[in-house]
Design a protein around this ligand. Structure first.
Ligand code: ADP
Length: 610
């Protein structure tokens, strides 16, 4: 992956280094021309040919300067590789003249000319090594044209001193090539290191930017969250103070109490939304897929929003579908609920449509929620998925929501393995869509219609509650008592086991997760389950209640499908969870599922309740 950028960086550096030497080389070659012409001046063999050869040398030298000028003036006219190749061609032309000119030395009457010429060639070769040694193409063309003719001619002279000179020159030729090789390696390593350093600096800068953005998002999150949480708390404080006012009439008291209850509910709802998001972040939200009829879910969610839509004069159209999907009905219901609630909230006239589009698919299709509402500007279409972000609620009026719906929807759709798409324009409505997979009609376990409505009653059920906080224990047992349950409250494992030995056989065991003496509810429930199994009672449902979220044990329990409720737990939530667990236990009992299946509950208690 990195080879290409590094090769490019090497080429770019090579071009810079090769061309940087050209102006100096221009003067060096004039010096060489002057020296060579002067040593041949006294006895110049084949003067015409000699003049042509050195004329060519001078021309090539000017051409070399011209090439340098072009690259200096128009550096982007060619790629780095092409500039390197052109430079190699320049080297071939430029060095061929003094290299081949050694032939004149062997046709001169002066015996020392071959040696003098060779000395000049070695000097030029040192220059080639210094300026072109970094690149194999430039170095080998330059050095070959420069030295090879002299080596061949010296060997061909068949005299001892010239043969020795030929051997020395050949040795020099080999040595300089080997040096150039390590010179090139060093150069490549330096460029590598520089590119790596550059990459590191770039990725550090990117990471810094990501961290800064995350920190900004966190600041925004806390500012908005603390405002939205403070607001109802503040109202509750003021309202509670007025309850102490003796001059207030009983009617006003009742009204104030009603306001307090509504603010508590709002606070609770907000807490639950934030905790839901946190649960999804920490990975303890379970996805439990079932085969069910999508039409039933549409109907259920649609019925929830029909009154609100009708109150605003909007037509809410739910397209009938016979598709059976394989998905988590609870999570999907929350997605559709949030989308429909937004559609109703942000549409003033027209219609809302929810349905399935097959889009040419045999299996599954896209669920779409469309509205003819105010729409969302393109520049807001990313930020609306950030927690607490709202397009137009600068005063953070809680009646206009908190900006947690779409982040929840997005995370849920991700969790379900889909991708949420949005198409919207101001004044032209919005379309949210995501994909669902088809299921098998034969694998449907139960209709979504008969979940809670026909669930087993709490009346007469025995419930064992385990919590080390006496006030919670008291609150829980009295609540269960009001539902008609026979509740027994104990504060630890020993007392729980004692209750079982005393003959209290529970239909449900509710246990706090964090107990005294570093005991966890999971350990206590396991001990209770073992004891019940030993005495032949296996039907009790077990439910953990926790305020903890980052525990790895909880994450493991979540993946195993053990029911966990997260605090704060409302009475309605607890009741619904218990009824669902009892219903599931009855279903499992009736179906007499083979061993292993009974333990895999199709219910995620923490999510089955809204
Ligand atoms: P909330 O609706 O509670 O403000 P959301 O996270 O659900 O929070 O939505 C974030 C923002 O996205 C909203 O403030 C709203 O401006 C915009 N939005 C969401 N759904 C729609 C929609 N169907 N039509 C227009 N705007 C929408």
């Amino acid at each position: 992956m990195r080879a290409d950028p590094i090769q490019r960086a090497i080429d770019e550096d090579l071009v810079r280094v090769l061309y940087a030497q050209n102006p100096i080389a221009f003067f060096t070659h004039w010096f060489s021309i002057v020296v060579l012409v002067s040593i041949y001046w006294v006895d110049m063999p084949y003067p015409d040919l000699f003049a042509a050869c050195f004329g060519f040398y001078a021309l090539a030298n000017f051409a070399s300067l011209g090439l340098w000028f072009c690259r200096h003036r128009w550096p982007d006219a060619l790629t780095a590789r092409s500039w390197i190749r052109l430079h190699a061609l320049r080297g071939a032309l430029l060095y061929s003249a003094p290299g081949l000119a050694v032939w004149f030395a062997f046709h001169s009457h002066q015996a020392d000319l071959p040696i003098l010429h060779t000395v000049m060639l070695v000097t030029l070769a040192a220059g080639v090594f210094m300026s072109n040694g970094f690149d194999v193409l430039n170095f080998s063309t330059g050095i070959t044209f420069l030295l090879l003719p002299a080596i061949v001619l010296l060997f061909g002279s068949h005299t001892l001193d010239r043969t020795i000179l030929a051997i020395v020159l050949a040795f020099f030729f080999c040595a300089i090539n080997i040096y150039a090789m390590s010179y090139r390696k060093l150069f490549q390593r330096v460029v590598h290191a520089r590119v790596d350093q550059q990459h590191l600096a770039e990725s550090l800068a990117e990471q810094k930017q990501v961290a800064e953005e995350a920190s900004l998002a966190k600041t925004r999150f806390f500012a908005a969250a603390s405002h939205d949480l403070r607001q109802p708390l503040h109202a509750i404080g003021l309202l509670a103070a007025s309850l102490n006012d003796a001059s207030v009439t009983p009617q006003q008291h009742a009204k104030t109490a009603d306001h307090i209850v509504r603010n508590v509910e709002a606070l609770n709802q907000l807490f639950n939304q934030v905790l839901d998001l946190a649960r999804m972040e920490s990975g303890v939200t379970q996805v439990i897929r079932l085969h069910f009829r999508l039409g039933e879910l549409f109907e259920r969610v649609g019925n929830q929003y029909r009154p609100q839509a009708a109150a605003k004069g909007l037509a809410l159209r739910i397209a009938p579908t016979t598709l059976v999907v394989y998905d988590d009905p609870v999570l999907l219901e929350r997605v559709l609920s949030n989308l429909l609630s937004n559609a109703v909230r942000y549409t003033e006239e027209g219609a809302i449509w929810m349905g399935l589009r097959r889009a040419g698919r045999r299996t599954g299709g896209y669920i779409e929620v469309r509205d003819s509402g105010i729409g969302i500007p393109v520049e807001e279409q990313v930020r609306i998925f950030e927690e607490f972000y709202q397009v137009a609620n600068p005063l953070r009026d809680a009646r206009q929501g908190h900006g947690l719906g779409l982040p929840t929807v997005k995370r849920l759709v991700d969790l379900l393995g889909g991708e949420l798409h949005l198409r919207s324009a101001p004044g032209r409505g919005s379309v949210f869509r995501f994909m669902v997979q088809a299921g098998e009609p034969g694998a449907i376990v139960a209709s979504l219609r008969d979940t809670v409505a026909s669930g087993p009653s709490a009346q007469g059920r025995r419930v064992l509650c385990i919590d080390d906080d006496p006030s919670i224990l008291e609150g829980l047992t009295s609540l269960l008592g009001r539902w008609g349950c026979v509740a027994r409250g104990v504060r630890d494992e020993a007392l729980a086991l004692q209750a079982l030995h005393d003959g209290f056989v529970p239909d449900a065991v509710l246990c706090d997760y964090q107990l005294a003496n570093h005991h966890t509810g999971a350990q206590v429930l396991s001990a209770v389950r073992d004891t019940l199994q030993r005495v032949g009672h296996e039907g009790a449902v077990m439910l953990l209640i926790t305020g903890d979220m980052a525990s790895s044990e909880l994450a493991t329990l979540a993946t195993r499908g053990s029911p966990v409720l997260h605090k704060p737990v409302t009475p309605a939530r607890l009741r619904r969870t218990l009824e669902m667990l009892w219903q599931q236990a009855e279903l499992d009992g009736v179906r007499m599922a083979p061993a292993g299946e009974t333990a895999g509950p199709a219910i995620d208690a923490q999510r089955k309740v809204s």
